[in-house]
Each structure stands twice: as structure tokens, then as C-alpha cells.
Design a binder for this molecule. Structure first.
Ligand code: GUN
Length: 296
């Protein structure tokens, strides 16, 4: 039996927000304006709505001007691109985020590509994504890295310190999490495997991991006996499942109860990766703001 420690995402997020607050204060004193983040939401997706409200509120709390732009579900691609173009051209806007998923009639890739790379605080624009893959190391002051994997990396660094030589497995190969996460882990000198739904003997692949990052969007898929004793497990999943009597609860992609006593450390759901993602968005807004006023 291992005494599994719980990685407190709320505490990590609070500490990162504190650093961002100090940077925002220094930015205001130096440039006589607050850094500004504009968050666009299209339509009425309930979970997305709650996420963007949290993003704008937390921006305010650290001294970033957070502006929420709510657009109708039926907006045309041309009109949405017009909104993005205006924000791209507006000097006081440092960060632009278009909340995903978008309604089916809109092409996410072309909408995201419209955002100026300098203001792309999600790090999803091909120039920023390409920059992550062609760098020689991670430079947190000069790069806009997707928020979720960045938050995972920060928690891994604080849990493990030097990761050199460790075996890392990332389950999931999305542009938002899996692909950038694998690249970040490569910069930490780990040996990375990207596994996915078609991986042969996924449990065995997971069992080899000293560091296991799970981002597949399927509730409690990774079982206790998939985890190497002492491994550090980062659970990126946020799945709402029925909990009886018409109620629901949030669970991750890992069967957390089964992992306790086996993993060395694990992020809980909720209270793990989620809060760090929002804190990293605020961090990225400061990176974007600082780079815009003084490019490196
Ligand atoms: N929807 C779920 N995660 C994300 C994210 O990291 N960024 C954006 N823009 N939308 C999301």
C-alpha cells in the first residue's frame, strides 16, 4: 500500500493567481492600464457558460480587465470573424479566447486561426502550436502554451521536481491537451508515449508509466490496476455522471477511489486540473500583455 497524496489544484491555482496578480499590478503601474482579456461565448451551452463566467470573474480578481462577449447561437461565421478582427485590431486587448465547443455550423479551426497569434491566450493558433513543437525548451515568458497541459506541467514539476529519465504516458491525443502535453513532457526529459482509444493493451501501457496523464473524456476509464505503484497520476477528465435521485456529480477519467493506495500522488476531480486551467489562462494573458509591450 502506498500512501497516495492528493495534489491540491485549488492551492496550486491560488498560488499562481497570486503571482499573476503581482505581474498585473506591475503592468498597470508601468503602462497605466490593466492587461485585458476578452472571452467570447457563442450560444447557451450550460457548462461553457459557467466556465466563461468563472474566467471573467477570476480575471477581475487578479487585476485583469475581463470582458465577456456573449453571441447568439445562430451567428454567422462572417459576423463572428468580424468580432475577432475588431478585437485583434484593438490595441488595449491583450488576450482573446473563443470558448469551445462552437455550434456545428461554425468551423472551429478557421475561427481559432482568425485570432491574432499575439493575442491567442489559448495557444491554439497554428503559429503558437508550431512554436511549442519547434522550440528547444519551454520558455514560459515567451510562449503561449495551451492552458490545461501547462497547468498539468506546473503541478507535475511541483510534485516531482526533476523528471529526467522518467517514463510518461499521455492517454489522449487532442490538440488541446494530449499533443501539447506530450511535447511539454519531452522538454522535461521524460520518455513519452502517446496512447489513445486504439492503443493495443492500454492497461499494460499505462502500467509502465511513472507519470500518467489521462485526457480521454470517458468517466473512470483508467482503473486502479492500470496504475504503477507510486506513479503520479494527472486526471484531466471532467465528466458529469448520474448519482441517483435525479442528481449528478463530477468524476474524472480515472477511477480515483481505486487509485488511492496505489498511485504516489493524484489530482482529484473536481479540485485538480480544472482550477489550474483557469489560473493558466490568466497567466497567459500576462505573458501576452508583456510580450505585446516589449517583444523578446
Ligand atoms: N473548452 C474546453 N476547454 C477549453 C479551453 O482550454 N479553451 C477554450 N477556448 N475552450 C475550451
Amino acid at each position: 500500500m502506498t500512501d497516495t497524496s492528493i495534489i491540491d489544484g485549488l492551492a496550486h491555482a491560488a498560488a499562481l493567481r497570486e503571482k499573476t496578480r503581482e505581474r498585473a499590478k506591475a503592468f498597470l503601474e508601468k503602462y497605466d492600464r490593466k492587461p485585458r482579456l476578452d472571452v467570447i461565448i457563442v450560444g447557451n451551452h450550460p457548462a461553457s457558460r459557467s466556465y466563461v463566467t468563472t474566467k471573467a470573474k477570476q480575471a477581475h480578481e487578479v487585476g485583469i480587465e475581463g470582458n465577456l462577449i456573449e453571441l447568439a447561437e445562430t451567428i454567422s461565421a462572417r459576423k463572428l470573424e468580424g468580432v475577432i478582427d475588431r478585437l485583434n485590431a484593438f490595441p488595449q486587448v491583450d488576450g482573446i479566447l473563443v470558448q469551445l465547443p462552437l455550434p456545428d455550423h461554425l468551423n472551429s479551426a478557421s475561427v481559432l486561426n482568425r485570432i491574432s497569434p499575439a493575442k491567442d491566450v489559448d495557444g491554439f493558433h497554428p503559429l503558437n502550436a508550431g512554436g511549442l513543437f519547434t522550440a528547444t525548451k519551454l520558455d514560459m515568458k515567451a510562449m503561449l502554451v495551451p492552458c490545461t497541459p501547462l497547468g498539468c506541467l506546473m503541478m507535475l514539476r511541483s510534485t516531482l521536481g526533476d523528471m529526467t529519465g522518467k517514463t510518461a504516458v499521455v492517454v489522449g491525443r487532442s490538440n488541446i491537451v494530449g499533443k501539447p502535453m506530450a511535447q511539454l513532457l519531452a522538454y522535461e526529459n521524460t520518455t513519452v508515449t502517446v496512447a489513445h482509444s486504439r492503443t493495443a493493451d492500454l492497461p499494460a501501457v499505462c502500467r509502465a508509466a511513472d507519470i500518467l496523464v489521462v485526457a480521454i473524456g470517458k468517466p473512470q476509464t483508467v482503473r486502479g490496476d492500470w496504475i504503477k505503484p507510486g506513479a503520479v497520476v494527472i486526471d484531466v477528465g471532467i465528466n458529469r455522471v448520474p448519482s441517483g435521485q435525479g442528481k449528478s456529480r463530477l468524476v474524472g477519467d480515472v477511477a480515483t477511489e481505486e487509485a488511492l493506495g496505489i498511485a504516489g500522488a493524484i489530482t482529484p476531480v473536481p479540485g485538480g486540473v480544472g482550477p489550474m486551467t483557469v489560473a493558466c489562462l490568466l497567466h497567459n494573458t500576462l505573458v501576452a500583455a508583456e510580450l505585446r509591450v516589449s517583444p523578446r
